[in-house]
Design a protein around this ligand. Sequence first.
Ligand SMILES: *[C@@H]1O[C@H](CO)[C@@H](O)[C@H](O)[C@H]1NC(C)=O
Ligand SMILES: *[C@@H]1O[C@H](CO)[C@@H](O)[C@H](O)[C@H]1NC(C)=O
Ligand SMILES: *[C@@H]1O[C@H](CO)[C@@H](O)[C@H](O)[C@H]1NC(C)=O
Length: 255
Amino acid sequence: MMKLCLILLILQWTTVSKVVGPAGPVVAVVGEDLILPCSLKPNISAVDMSVEWSLADSDDVVHLYYYGVDNLRQQIPAYKQRTTLFREELKRGNASLKLSSVQISDGQKYRCFVVSDTGNVVFLISLVVGTKPVISAEGHGDGRVSLVCESTGWNPAPEVEWLDSEGKILPAEPTESHRVTEDFSVKRRVTVEEGDTHNNISLTCRVSSHKHTKEEQIHVPRAHHWKNLFCVFLLLPVIVAVIGFLLRKGISYLR
Ligand SMILES: *[C@@H]1O[C@H](CO)[C@@H](O)[C@H](O)[C@H]1NC(C)=O
Ligand SMILES: *[C@@H]1O[C@H](CO)[C@@H](O)[C@H](O)[C@H]1NC(C)=O
Ligand SMILES: *[C@@H]1O[C@H](CO)[C@@H](O)[C@H](O)[C@H]1NC(C)=O
């Protein structure tokens, strides 16, 4: 009993010393759901505190939890119905915010601001958003094929690499990067031999930002088209014969 009282007393006196999260930014591609981490240290319950997530540059409210209830009246429209706190996790001092179907414009710096009876603590976290890499292919007609990998929306510009099926980095043309308003679009081309008769060649484009990577794979099939055409040509007389036969059967049946 004594012990319990002592523990309760200590708990009573524990105050939040800080809020913590990852050292680097959170990186995501458009459409993903993500978590912006923010936790109290020590990990006491935040249920009876106020948690405000806002944009660090403009103070616009992204999500407000006010002593037990969400208060979204001041939430800016861009985040409507896309934010949630983890109620169960709040009991453990975890004030992380879930952000659904992330958009390019979400790529900003966020403030996690926790107000308790004993004081305020704040943590800043950046979110970096870009589009999933997209690969396009163009044949040269000489057994070689050019592949272009593109991705946009990033800030800062990410690194783009081409990898072969074994994960080795391929020599590729330099990355082209250009700025569209605040964001960067990147593009990188690689030229490879087409696969041999049996195998596709499988290549991966990797876009990386702050040690996070997003990958997209492409299988470049051997140009089989002529073979398919060849088959059709071989089969054509047979098909014609069968149709002719059926027609004749049909006509004689009708008679
Ligand atoms: C708080 O953190 C401690 C140590 O880091 C851990 O043992 C404990 O389970 C945590 N408490 C809760 C409620 O998550
Ligand atoms: C906080 O809660 C989220 C959602 O459940 C979880 O992914 C994250 O790991 C938690 N953070 C900590 C520090 O426990
Ligand atoms: C070759 O690529 C096609 C798609 O382009 C895929 O359906 C097929 O399974 C691949 N074959 C091999 C052997 O990887």
